[in-house]
Design a protein around this ligand. Structure first.
Ligand code: DQA
Length: 138
């Protein structure tokens, strides 16, 4: 089993932006904990982050992973390109958000990717990634 952890726009700023919302750990620190979680479960993992919509689409199209855990950042709310990329592959995708987007700005309440994802995990901080990964193992 291989899982791709895919992070979109601005997630590289995690630990440095809006710490009250996203915490003070960097994406690298969070990814190290995810890697440990995967090692303990004998799961292979890969990490990829990009601020570029097209790069995220290409990664979704070309991955050899069995499942994708995707935090698309703000692209979640308006990227039909990402939605189409997810719909175009067989690889199951779990949508993830660290914050509870429904308790935030109204524009964050809408996700254009939810419908083409297997499920959504949100509001659990960095644990959202682990809970989503766990779903592939049940
Ligand atoms: C986010 C929520 C999005 O609304 C926001 O644009 C992000 C991060 C989250 O992890 O809570 O960049 O996806």
């Amino acid at each position: 089993m291989k899982i791709l952890f895919l992070n979109g726009v601005n997630l590289n700023m995690t630990g440095r932006r809006e710490k009250g919302v996203y915490g003070s750990e960097t994406l690298e620190e969070i990814n190290a904990q995810i890697a440990q979680f995967c090692r303990e479960r004998d799961v292979e993992c890969e990490f990829f982050q990009s601020n570029l919509e097209g790069e995220l689409c290409t990664k979704i199209q070309e991955t050899d992973a069995d499942g994708i855990v995707l935090n698309a950042g703000a692209y979640t709310h308006y990227s039909y390109a990402l939605r189409d990329a997810i719909a175009s592959v067989q690889t199951p995708v779990i949508e993830v958000h660290m914050s509870n987007v429904h308790a935030r700005d109204e524009f964050r309440h809408r996700s254009v990717i939810s419908e083409v994802c297997r499920g959504t995990v949100l509001g659990f901080g960095k644990k959202s990634y682990l809970l989503a990964a766990e779903s592939f193992l049940l």
